[in-house]
Design a protein around this ligand. Structure first.
Ligand code: SF4
Length: 336
């Protein structure tokens, strides 16, 4: 049975945090064990440049950081192809071809793009770049160059897949039935709130625990987490429902212990400092194997580079096959 190609990816703009760990990374670990799938993970450095064009050092540095994060959590290069976007020139070429099949108005109406442009006011001011507005086109090139069939996404990313499907339909209606229409698979992984209670977790918000954080960094961050503001003394009756420490206990602490945490908090029998220390210890323990693997890869960067090179070669081979079909269909096959 032919395996289904499944594509996921990250913009390498920073190290991965526990929001990624409970979200996309766990999904990818499951995917690579599913015999029906052939997973690809794209490190989208070209896409990262659309809003970091003025900071290429940051993107370059994080390509390797993100790769180390993948390997540290258990992404297995024998089962999952990890590759670097900019080293697949076929996707850049496809982006140019597809740009004729989508209108500027349609890109401007894309809800995901609209939201992201609003969030990047500081960078773009009133006038967004052609590259950023067009990134869904380059994403369509990424997906179709690998005949990606299934694309796991969060709800907010679904319009990007719909845009890709439209491009595929338009292409096929003009040039013949060449491209595969991908399906969005809504990921059931939940979004993890930041330590400050913010719905989003990220570097700029300073509310994230990174997979690469040291024990000291984890402890320091947990000690600064937002708790029930009405609790001043240990015997004040607390409300764990509005406490981020209780929220994180739910992720990292065994169920029976979470019950005790909540009961003692409500009864005013638990101090916040002790409660945070217990949480920090549990996070440190859960992330310990990841940190240890990271240390290994940091000491063996040549292995990381080899994995990236081999993954990229494998991915390029597939992209070249698609490009051949596309160019034949578009009559761009001169001198053959
Ligand atoms: Fe939060 Fe624990 Fe303090 Fe209760 S005791 S408010 S759960 S930190």
């Amino acid at each position: 049975m032919k395996k289904k190609r499944i594509l996921t990816g990250d913009r390498p703009t920073g190290r991965l945090h526990i929001g990624h760990y409970f979200g996309s990374l766990k999904t990818r670990l499951e995917m690579q064990e599913n015999p029906e799938y052939e997973p690809f993970i794209l490190i989208a450095d070209v896409q990262a440049l659309t809003d970091n064009f003025n900071n290429p050092e940051k993107v370059r540095k994080n390509v390797r950081e993100v790769a180390i994060d993948y390997l540290s959590v258990g992404i297995d290069p024998a089962k999952t192809t990890i590759y670097i976007q900019s080293m697949i020139p076929e996707t850049a070429e496809l982006t140019v071809f597809y740009s004729n099949l989508v209108t500027i108005a349609r890109l401007q109406r894309n809800p995901t793009v609209k939201t992201e442009i609003a969030q990047k006011k500081e960078l773009f001011g009133e006038s967004v770049t052609y590259g950023f507005l067009g990134y869904p086109v380059s994403q369509a090139a990424d997906i179709t160059s690998f005949e990606g069939e299934l694309i796991p996404v969060g709800e907010d990313q679904e319009p990007l897949i719909e845009q890709c499907r439209e491009i595929v339909r338009k292409f096929n209606s003009i040039y013949g039935d060449i491209l595969k229409e991908p399906k969005a698979v809504l990921s059931n992984s939940k979004r993890i709130k930041g330590l400050d209670g913010n719905e989003k977790m990220g570097k700029s918000l300073g509310n994230a625990i990174y997979l690469s954080d040291s024990e000291e960094e984890i402890t320091k961050k947990v000690m600064g987490a937002v708790t029930d503001p009405n609790r001043i003394k240990k015997d004040d009756l607390g409300n764990p429902d509005i406490c981020m420490v209780a929220y994180y206990h739910n992720l990292f602490t065994p169920k029976e212990d979470v019950k005790t945490v909540c009961e003692e908090c409500k009864a005013g029998k638990r101090g916040c400092v002790a409660c945070k220390k217990q949480l920090a210890k549990n996070i440190i323990e859960e992330l310990r194997p990841i940190r240890e693997k990271r240390e290994y890869y940091e000491a063996h960067l040549e292995e990381v580079d080899k994995i990236l090179m081999e993954g990229t070669e494998r991915a390029r081979k597939v992209a070249k096959e698609t490009m051949k079909k596309v160019k034949d269909a578009m009559m761009l096959n001169y001198f053959e």
